[in-house]
Design a protein around this ligand. Structure first.
Ligand SMILES: Nc1ncnc2c1ncn2[C@@H]1O[C@H](COP(=O)(O)OP(=O)(O)O)[C@@H](O)[C@H]1O
Ligand SMILES: [Mg+2]
Length: 409
């Protein structure tokens, strides 16, 4: 090889090492700055912008895998890549496909939270849930903090490598009522199983001002301006008002638990059912994205699932009854919790729809991913609102009851 060529390669490698990868270990501040609604703007600005080449270099230097192919995956605040590896003498067995998760610099500052997310993923997998396996770095950690020179400043990002789970997002398949029931049941089992999860720093999951926790619906008030003077804004403002009057006042009656908090139709993967008797058509092959996990209430989880399962449904108002029946087969709701369900579903719609528009203003390039829920979401929220709490509850509760009497099974 020519000497000039060698010099170019030398400088290129040196540049890679200097600029992209400085493995600093993982001791960071404990402050939950990602929890604040005020930090949405800086969250967007701190989204990592690694190229595929840089991401491959990270996988090789931090995790010791030889990358054969890499492609970007959609993402909200963080950056995700689908990574294929080649066998080497050190990796003669194990999976060949992974997801590299590069946290935003905001999210990267809370190492305790990311560590707990990894531990929960591992804990749930051991309990039989289809969650990913968390890979260890060469230094035997599950996270690694890397530094990037962005030109004007050095930014730090936590990187993690998870196994790639099989299946397609549930958003892409026709969902039967039986599958809705199974999803409701899985959500309840997940929350119930997390009662047994212990960690010395569990209190970091009390994310008081986290904009995505359903407790914090009033925080949306500061963002409703993005809706202009529209009927959508009127509905959202009414939802916030009713939430304050009728839901917040009942918090003391709800049973607390750790919520996954984002069981949306892109965070649940499914594949054709293997069971000869399974009439759901599909079964869950992956539960993803524990980034919004926090302390909430059982009823929050079921409300979140109902809302996201309505998104692609041809019969959206019916969805709630099937999901509720599945959830209540594991965790029956109390009268107070059932009474809040309708407003909680409307609240989650409001949260998701307002934050999608707001986030879009900050990350216009990511519009397609950010607006997935909004495509049908406003229509569903308006329909729920126009139908009214009593009529919707009647549909949901009658459907759920029919499972008890065996009618819909
Ligand atoms: N372990 C995984 N296995 C398979 N696909 C994954 C995995 N992790 C992420 N993905 C894909 O990447 C998308 C975004 O990842 P996710 O962890 O949900 O991040 P975000 O918080 O940005 O939504 C998912 O909807 C899914 O399509
Ligand atoms: Mg996701």
């Amino acid at each position: 090889m020519k000497r000039s060529m060698l010099i170019i390669i030398y400088y290129w490698v040196r540049h890679l090492v200097r600029c992209w990868v400085s493995n600093l270990g993982c001791t960071q501040q404990k402050k939950d700055i990602m929890s604040s609604g005020d930090n949405q703007q800086s969250r967007a600005l701190n989204k990592p912008t690694f190229t595929e080449l840089q991401a491959s270099a990270l996988v090789e230097s931090v995790f010791g895998f030889k990358v054969s192919h890499i492609q970007p995956l959609p993402s909200y605040d963080d950056q995700n890549f689908h990574v294929h590896i080649s066998r080497t003498k050190d990796t003669t067995d194990g999976p060949l496909e992974y997801v590299l998760k590069i946290s935003s610099s905001e999210n990267s500052q809370n190492s305790d939270l990311l560590e707990i997310q990894n531990d929960v993923i591992t804990f749930l997998q051991a309990a039989g849930f289809p969650t990913a396996s968390v890979c260890h770095t060469k230094g035997d950690n599950t996270t690694s903090l890397v530094s990037v020179d962005s030109g004007s400043e050095i930014r730090s990002h936590t990187v993690r490598l998870l196994t790639y789970l099989p299946g397609r997002p549930i958003a892409e398949v026709p969902v039967s009522s039986q599958l809705l029931y199974e999803i409701g049941r899985l959500a309840a089992k997940l929350d119930k199983t997390l009662e047994k999860f212990h960690h010395p720093k569990l209190s970091v999951l009390r994310r008081d001002n986290f904009i995505w926790n359903l407790k914090n619906i009033p925080l949306l008030e500061r963002h409703v301006d993005v809706l202009g003077q529209t009927r959508n804004r009127e509905i959202v403002e009414k939802v916030i008002q009713l939430f304050k009057e009728q839901v917040m006042t009942k918090f003391g009656h709800f049973r607390e638990c750790i919520n996954h908090g984002d069981l949306n139709d892109h965070n649940i993967l499914v594949e054709p059912s293997k069971s000869a008797f399974g009439d759901a058509g599909y079964e869950v092959s992956g539960i993803l994205d524990f980034g919004d996990m926090s302390y909430g209430y059982y009823v929050f989880e079921v409300a979140i699932v109902i809302m996201y399962m309505m998104i692609e449904s041809k019969d959206p108002v019916q969805v709630g009854g099937h999901v509720l029946a599945g959830f209540e087969s594991i965790v029956p709701l109390t009268a107070e919790e059932r009474g809040a369900l309708f407003l909680l579903v409307c609240s989650r719609f409001s949260q998701s729809l307002v934050m999608a528009i707001y986030s879009c203003q900050l990350q216009p390039d990511n519009k397609e991913y950010l607006m997935i829920t909004a495509k049908t979401g406003w229509k569903h929220l308006q329909r729920l609102f126009d139908t009214g709490q009593d009529a919707v509850e009647e549909i949901w509760f009658e459907t759920a009851k029919s499972y008890g009497s065996g009618l819909s099974m």
